[in-house]
Write a protein that binds this ligand. Structure first.
Ligand SMILES: Cc1cc2nc3c(=O)[nH]c(=O)nc-3n(C[C@H](O)[C@H](O)[C@H](O)COP(=O)(O)OP(=O)(O)OC[C@H]3O[C@@H](n4cnc5c(N)ncnc54)[C@H](O)[C@@H]3O)c2cc1C
Length: 355
């Protein structure tokens, strides 16, 4: 039986462990540097199941998001994980926004997201009376789910499938000998395949192992979330109209499965961010799209790193999932949004392509 080492116990490492362990052909061991699973990017997201509207046509993000959302809904139904198909509105007020919405609509269709529809003010007022928008793209397959219970269930299923978990152990440089990898802090066990799913730590591990390889460069950014318990009377996830394929700064309103609303995330280049400055920026934007935002009820919630990468000084906006040439080592870099939605499809993609 081949030994597979997975580095990183975020939603991606865990989904990989789950998918591979179902094959019953491999011994899977997962190393996590923290004392628990899911404390990296997996702990910082909006818990949104994306539908795949705005990712670049033919990108891995587009394909894996569309495949992944179906798998997440199925898993949640099967294992009674709380979820809600809330739907999502991408809204706008100017003619420029309307053009973006039409482009998003086309983009979505090309991405095989069929349940999208352009709607105008009258219909928007009926669906979401508190939202101020002239135009919107309605995405019906967007939703939210309870990520903590989801991770717990995955962990339980992995353990049932004999996946071994080692916590509080940071993996660093790998050594390659006789077709196998070894690491100092894994008691010198030998691994036939390594899957590097260490999130923002992944490029560092790959670089220390393969000194001459040309891996992308880490360019993570900070994201900040706020929360409000004010009843905003919003049922759907609300995003501004966006340019397909481009990452832009925006403020989203996302209902939380356990109650309240998430506001954000912001995109910040520096770690030192003034919370009040970001809050003011958010409130200004939210005031334009919502009829009754109470600034006093908005609280800072969390801040975290979002993995972003660059290749040859250009930002690389797709998921980077590649095997290192001539080595049994697979890297996952830049697994930003919609990584959560795509966790199962990413795992299936790797199994199909490399195992
Ligand atoms: C602000 C924000 C909002 C988002 N919103 C959404 C959303 O609503 N919907 C969606 O689909 N996606 C969303 N995403 C994306 C999603 O959260 C990520 O794509 C996903 O969580 C990535 O999971 P991961 O396992 O790759 O990374 P992580 O969760 O970061 O896991 C990596 C793990 O590796 C461990 N590790 C690192 N280095 C080492 C080492 N040397 N040795 C051992 N372990 C190590 C870390 O401790 C960590 O647990 C969002 C992301 C962010 C940042």
């Amino acid at each position: 039986m081949k030994n597979i080492l997975i580095i990183g116990g975020g939603v991606i490492g865990l989904s990989l462990a789950y998918e591979i362990s179902q094959k019953k052909k491999f011994k899977v061991i997962l190393f996590e540097k923290n004392k628990n699973l899911g404390l990296g990017a997996t702990n910082q997201n909006s818990e949104v199941i994306h539908s795949g509207v705005y990712y670049k046509n033919n990108s891995l993000k587009a394909k894996l998001c569309v495949e992944g959302k179906v798998l997440i809904y199925k898993f949640c139904k099967k294992y009674k994980i709380l979820f809600k198909k809330t739907q999502k509105l991408f809204i706008g007020n100017s003619s420029k926004d309307f053009k973006l919405i039409k482009r998003m609509h086309k983009n979505a269709k090309k991405n095989n997201v069929k349940d999208v529809k352009i709607i105008k003010q009258n219909k928007i007022m009926k669906l979401e009376p508190s939202i101020k928008a002239k135009y919107a793209l309605l995405s019906k397959s967007s939703g939210i789910f309870d990520v903590k219970s989801f991770l717990k269930k995955l962990y339980y299923l992995c353990r049932k499938n004999n996946v071994k978990f080692v916590f509080n152990t940071k993996i660093s440089k790998g050594f390659f000998k006789k077709n196998k990898f070894m690491f100092k802090n894994t008691k010198h066990h030998q691994y036939d395949l390594v899957i590097n799913a260490a999130g923002v730590g992944a490029i560092k591990i790959a670089n220390s192992t393969f000194k001459t390889a040309n891996f992308p460069i880490d360019k993570p950014v900070w994201g900040m979330y706020f929360k409000t318990k004010q009843d905003l009377r919003v049922n759907r996830i609300i995003y501004p109209a966006m340019s397909p394929g481009k990452n832009m700064e925006r403020v989203d309103i996302s209902p939380i499965i356990s109650g309240g609303y998430l506001l954000g995330p912001s995109v910040e280049k520096k770690a030192k961010i003034n919370v009040d400055d970001v809050k003011l920026k958010f409130v200004k934007f939210l005031g334009q799209i919502h009829s009754n935002i109470d600034i006093k009820k908005i609280r800072f919630l969390k801040k975290g790193l979002r993995p972003k990468i660059e290749t040859f000084s250009k930002s690389y906006t797709d998921f980077y999932i590649k095997k290192v040439k001539h080595y049994n080592w697979i890297n996952l870099f830049g697994i930003e949004s919609p990584g959560l939605t795509s966790c199962f499809s990413i795992a299936k993609y790797i199994v199909r392509k490399y195992l």
